[in-house]
Design a protein around this ligand. Sequence first.
Ligand code: 8YV
Length: 313
Amino acid sequence: MTFRLLQNGRLLPALESVLTEKFDTHPLWREADPSAFLARHGSEFSGLVTSARLGADAALIDALPGLKVIATFGIGHDAIDLEAARRRGIAVSNTPGVLTDCVADLAFGALLDVARGLSAADRFVRRGDWSRGPFPLTTRVSGRKLGILGLGRIGGAIARRASGFDMEVRYCNRRPSDLAPYRYEPSLSALARWADFLVVSCAGGAETRHRVDAGVLAELGPRGFLVNVSRGSVVEEAALVEALVHQRIAGAALDVFEHEPHVPSALLSLDTVVLLPHLASGTQETRQAMADLVLANLERFVGTGTLLTPVLG
Ligand code: 8YV
């Protein structure tokens, strides 16, 4: 039996080529009418390759009655209906581990940027404003307090980078980690009150939706900064915009948004905000490693029925 693989969106070109070479791969994104295509051919596919952004909703999973495996390009699986997959016994893989360092690097870069005003200062120089006077003073990072929401692999890598800046680290998780040498704070509000910088690095999905709301932002306060490299859904975006516009927090560095690629227009003119296009894992090295892991999962599944990095199965 040949393994037919459905690709629902564009992927790294090198991954698209190798998937086409190794499997009978069909690009759904090329279909003018994807629903009509699925109604006619959905039952032919055993595999689905997707991305953190597109995921796989229940409608897509239902349209693929022969589906055995979903491989996603990314660590986040909040856009995959895991319940629908579990009910059908479909295995699901993601790409953990290989993106940890680059996401943590980006989180720290974004933190430094928003605190020290790097992007804003660059705009200041390019506008020719330097000849008219100095750039406003910025905020110290070294030795300050870093709160981390979600001390998983990525949160841990962010905390290790913070030690090079002599920062004190505390974290909030569903439960304390036995291995972490940092103080656990069960209340996110208390963590925000304590922190100079609150970094969001937890998983997305229903469980963490709007964890950072107006109340948490109020605790972070007018001298506190928010950094989000997780999912836009974790932060109540309307409350964040309000807090930034009215200077109820000092600033924010955001790599993710609630409705990507939409960025709230009120943020575009604020120098207290660093806006990034969801690029934390976006280095050539990491994206290639993610592609290799997607392929390795699919090859292993076809060969043995098991996965290297399973989310399910
Ligand atoms: C995406 C991400 O994979 O890994 C994740 O969960 O959000 C990113 O690394 C990347 O944007 C490609 O879809």
